[in-house]
Design a protein around this ligand. Structure first.
Ligand code: NAD
Ligand code: TYD
Length: 352
């Protein structure tokens, strides 16, 4: 068994589905609190798979995590559970501190107590894999080199600050207690099952629903996009072969300005599902007030993981974004399920 946390969210859900596609894969205990971002419909394909055990609960619940570890004896933990949306962290940072920092602390402490009691052979193979973000490194100017693992941490939003804090805890548990950790810092993901509060799914759904496509500021902010399946394969690679205590930057070598991402989505939709009036979806683009403290540019130098572990992404941005748009066209039932009352409340609050 492995224990996955946050496995009903976007990346965790994709990771669980990918992992269990392999017929001989070990089972997964999936601990998720099912916040607004967690969605059991994402896990429909493994609903009847006996290798998947879903547990509703909080990574900050000491008794629950201790019991799960004792009961299932996982040989690894992969920690995806987090509050993950920068805009929400600006409106309400408390949950970010609670889950991302205090929750990770609790998970580390429960896992360390469990690991201490393992016999030597199990102790040697055990891994705690912490899934983190490139946003901990702060913001780049247009001509700065991409983030390497040696960049100093300079988080700018409550979200990135809370993730940075959790990374520091993970690092300290390795250095102080010899606890076997791995950390990956990944760039912006996109792909199936992405909650439509983030740029790419929001734009796809707003376009199809004849709504404005909101672009913060001038749309020149740059993100380095990685298809979620590639992130999952990188995590599997690092979990299997990563050096203990190391961090690995994961990225897609796909730097794009937001405005170009939105225009690309519009032109794919123009081909796959043309508007009734024959005009381009780009007509719906609307520039809105910028995000406070909006980071200018993120870019990942993913040479270390390539050099040391042989990982590189399979998808280009062109191939990945086409698959993604097609997925949203093909999955109206999943979309209906997530576009709930609380989602509509969020849109009202953010874009009023
Ligand atoms: P998400 O918001 O889609 O999913 C988070 C999941 O964690 C949800 O299922 C939620 O219910 C669960 N969760 C939240 N609080 C919890 C708690 N206290 N206990 C148990 N479960 C809890 O996030 P995501 O985009 O899938 O991101 C997963 C991880 O990857 C996060 O740690 C994030 O920081 C990191 N990351 C995300 C991106 C990205 O582009 N989305 C990029 C790099 C790193
Ligand atoms: P997002 O998907 O929220 O990811 P992150 O902030 O973690 O990078 O946003 C990606 C980029 O798109 C970011 O620069 C903010 C911008 N953005 C918009 O322009 N409009 C929007 O409605 C959203 C949600 C994001």
């Amino acid at each position: 068994m492995i224990l996955v946390t946050g496995g009903a969210g976007f990346i965790g859900g994709n990771f669980v589905l990918d992992w269990l596609k392999e017929p001989k894969a070990e089972g997964i205990v999936n601990l998720d609190k099912l916040t607004y971002a967690g969605n059991l419909a994402t896990l429909d394909l493994v609903r009847n798979d006996p290798r998947h055990v879903f547990v509703l609960g909080d990574i900050g619940d000491h008794a629950l995590v201790t019991r799960l570890l004792k009961q299932h004896q996982p040989r690894a933990i992969v920690n995806f559970a987090a509050e993950s949306h920068v805009d929400r962290s600006i409106h309400g940072p408390a949950e970010f501190v609670q889950t991302n920092i205090v929750g990770t602390f609790n998970l580390l402490e429960c896992a360390r107590a469990y690991w201490n009691e393992l016999d030597e052979s199990k102790k040697t193979v055990f891994r705690f894999h912490h899934v983190s973000t490139d946003e901990v490194y702060g913001s780049l100017s247009a001509n700065d080199p991409a983030f390497t693992e040696a960049n100093p941490y300079e988080p700018n939003s409550p979200y990135s600050a809370s993730k940075a804090a959790s990374d520091h805890l993970v690092r300290a548990w390795f250095h102080t207690y010899g606890f076997p950790v791995l950390t990956t810092n990944c760039s912006n993901n996109y792909g199936p099952y992405h909650f439509p509060e983030k740029l790419i799914p929001l734009v796809i759904l707003n376009a199809l629903n004849s709504k404005p496509l909101p672009i913060y500021g001038n749309g020149q902010q740059v993100r380095d996009w990685l298809y979620v399946g590639d992130h999952c394969s990188a995590i599997r690679e690092v979990l299997a072969k990563g050096k203990l205590g190391e961090t690995y930057n994961i990225g897609g070598w796909n730097e794009k300005a937001n405005i170009d991402v939105v225009k690309t989505i519009c032109s794919i939709l123009d081909q796959l599902k043309p508007r009734a009036d024959g005009k381009s979806y780009a007509k719906q683009i609307s520039f809105v007030t910028d995000r406070p403290g909006h980071d200018r540019r993120y870019a990942i130098d993913a040479n270390k993981v390539k050099r040391d572990l042989g990982w590189k992404p399979k998808e280009t941005f062109d191939s990945g974004i086409k698959k993604t748009v097609q997925w949203y066209l093909d999955n109206p039932i999943w979309i209906e399920g997530v576009v709930s009352g609380s989602y509509r409340d969020w849109l009202q609050k953010q874009y009023r």
